[in-house]
Design a protein around this ligand. Sequence first.
Ligand SMILES: [Zn+2]
Length: 326
Amino acid sequence: MSSEMPDKVLKILNTPVLPGQSLTLSLDIARLHTHTKIEVPIIVERAKKDGPCLLLLAGIHGNEVNGVEIVRRIVAGKYNKPQRGMVICVPVLNVFGFLNQTREFPDGRDLNRFFPGSKTGSLASRFAWNFMKHIVPHIDYCIDFHTGGASRFNYTQLRIDRDKPECLDLAQAFGARFIIYAPNRERSFRQAAGNLGKSVLLFEGGKTLHLDRSVTQAGVEGTIRVMHHLGLRDFSKEIEQFHKVPKPVIVKKSSWIRAKYSGMYRSALKTGTKVHKGDIIGTITDPFGKFQSKVKAPFDGYILASNHHPIVNQGHALVHLSEELA
Ligand SMILES: [Zn+2]
């Protein structure tokens, strides 16, 4: 064996991945209480030529299906086959939650609050640790796909670290309408991967257990633009056919407008809309036709997310509004 050999042999999950190879590996870490083994498919496509490695990660939260659909469409369309470098697709990381149609892991924990995890910790923590050990060292970039939780519908947006210009560059290449400077959640995947020098775009679009065509289309087109931008593959022809994206709105500060009263909530405006101070964004009523209160925009901004739950209590988050633009 020549001394160069060890560098040439890339191994993921103890499996050699040769230049030009396509593989579906399996991350099988935990078993259910029925002793059923749960396997998480890891779809690896390595080009013959060297280049960067992009991870497309969906389903950290098991009920956030728009991301699962975006990665599925990338794989089904064979867009994940690079001309340079490597693309790793994980359509559903939290297979457990996906089976149960819940956000959480079977131990009741939110996987995205357990990174980088520990070898001897809780089930979610061990799972996070294994993902960080076996997959993350191979990647340079990641798009981590999420949706709004608790009946909140997010307009397609990317969340990035304010102090990482390389993430802003990538977000602009993606072509999302909104780019939001959002601090990292403690112990999230984005924070743990960011600490290792990986550039992570956090995609948010739509709401849980709901497939939205405009969100998934924006996700697929954006992902392909990012691959093109990173030089993984020439997608010039495909990109010509895509929706034209206006210059992104970069949001430095945003806040939630909350319900002053409990009642039934009807939203008056679509997400993505620009509102001016005093515009009516929704109405809260009682069920008996006696009480009605209009919810007004307290300042100018874009509607980044909107509550879709019909019944709200005082303090319920109704609309996520941009407050300060870059
Ligand atoms: Zn999520």
